[in-house]
Design a protein around this ligand. Structure first.
Ligand SMILES: Cc1ncc(COP(=O)(O)O)c(C=O)c1O
Length: 382
């Protein structure tokens, strides 16, 4: 029998990711006023054995103590989380990888991992008294917000680049959101979102500019550890745009070490970007950011300047990880290859990660026994 989840969050405060100044978690916050950087939720130290998870519902909400929502009546859920970890027998064999795992986030409600972060942020914002939302988006986050706002009976405004595939636009409208199309990339959408949030008193869900989407996305880290019997992989490849998932997974690992749920060496975190838009690669290799980044077929990776960039760099440093870029051609052929051999309609972002993994295998940068986990963050839409 499932145990009923109650209000058991150990939420403490929000801290500035740069100078660690503390902010109250009881009021609506965006980013830190001291350093203009992301605010990160922290939790009181608590004795929480893994056994608390036994019998709990199979969703991201099972890690309730380490999530920011205080009252479960405020939860807006469509059943997000506890996505499967798959094996790709044909492709593993072909590329000589004996320990390849794929966490398939495409089966989340609204078709992507964005459901996790948006469910958490919408729920928490409602708990804090907000009742309308605005988001700049490359596509998936806008669809997720439209669905979760509709589920809560609240209004969503979604701002996306005009060049975004129609698939995303139609879905936002299907859920009744107000859709605004903007020239340029997601950074242009972000500027308008900030103005609109201020003018209308709406909650702005811009990536890493509020503290709660991160907490939803970090559940990918808790989940994959639990699903792998608390033995984390050697390497994780993650398609990185704004970086919330990468930062969140790493946050989860560090919290789980404090809780005593995992120990030993943590995975190397590899950020995968499109060669058309690779600010993280440019910073990692000491190059100037390019003024003319372009939109990739993996539109979630078309983020020219991530608000959480310092935190992404910190994860790469701490995990002894790195960055890889892949071409549009590699992304496209990987999508088709995965469909053909593993019967999966993978997102372009997930295909980018597979393209990078193949390169690691072919160039013998990984041993065939390396336990590699790749994230497919969404389902195919192009
Ligand atoms: C399918 C998909 N994968 C990856 C990303 C990048 O996510 P993050 O902001 O966590 O780096 C996005 C963002 O839009 C996305 O839609």
């Amino acid at each position: 029998m499932e145990t009923q989840l109650k209000s058991q969050s150990k939420l403490d405060s929000l801290v500035c990711s740069q100078c660690k100044s503390s902010y109250s978690a009881a009021q609506v916050s965006t980013y830190s006023l001291c350093c203009h950087k992301p605010l990160i939720p922290t939790y009181h130290k608590a004795d929480l054995p893994k056994s608390i998870l036994l019998g709990r519902e199979q969703s991201m909400w099972r890690y309730a103590e380490m999530l920011p929502l205080l009252d479960y009546n405020n939860r807006v859920t469509l059943g997000e989380g506890m996505t499967p970890i798959l094996k790709w027998p044909v492709l593993s064999d072909r590329f000589g990888l004996t320990n390849l795992l794929i966490k398939d986030e495409g089966v989340n409600p609204t078709g992507s991992f964005k459901a996790r972060g948006i469910a958490m942020a919408v729920s928490k914002a409602i708990e804090l008294g907000m009742d309308s939302f605005v988001i700049p988006t490359a596509g998936n986050a806008g669809v997720a917000l439209s669905a979760y706002a509709a589920a809560s009976g609240r209004k969503a405004t979604v701002i996306m680049p005009r060049k975004t595939p129609d698939y995303f636009k139609e879905q936002c409208e299907h859920y009744g959101a107000e859709l605004i199309l903007v020239e340029g990339l997601i950074d242009s959408c972000g500027k308008l979102a900030a103005q609109m949030a201020e003018n209308r008193g709406s909650f702005n869900l811009s990536t890493m500019k509020e503290p709660y989407r991160l907490e939803g996305k970090k559940t990918m880290g808790y989940e994959l550890a639990e699903q792998l019997d608390w033995q984390v992989p050697d390497m994780i490849l993650y398609p990185t745009g704004g970086g919330t998932g990468l930062i969140g997974i790493w946050k989860a690992f560090k919290e789980m070490i404090t809780l005593g749920w995992i120990n030993g060496k943590l995975p190397k975190m590899i950020a995968v970007q499109s060669a058309l838009c690779s600010p993280i690669m440019d910073r990692f290799t000491g190059r100037q950011p390019n003024a003319a980044y372009q939109m990739s077929i993996a539109n979630g990776l078309s983020v020219p300047s991530a608000f959480g960039e310092d935190m992404i760099m910190q994860v790469l440093r701490e995990s002894e990880g790195s960055v890889m870029t892949v071409t549009e051609q590699e992304i496209f052929s990987s999508m088709n290859e995965i469909g053909e051999h593993e019967s999966m309609l993978i997102s372009a972002e997930g295909a980018a990660v597979w393209a990078a993994t193949k390169r690691l295998a072919e160039s013998k940068q990984v041993d065939k026994n390396t336990k590699i986990l790749i994230l497919n963050t969404g389902s195919r839409c192009v």
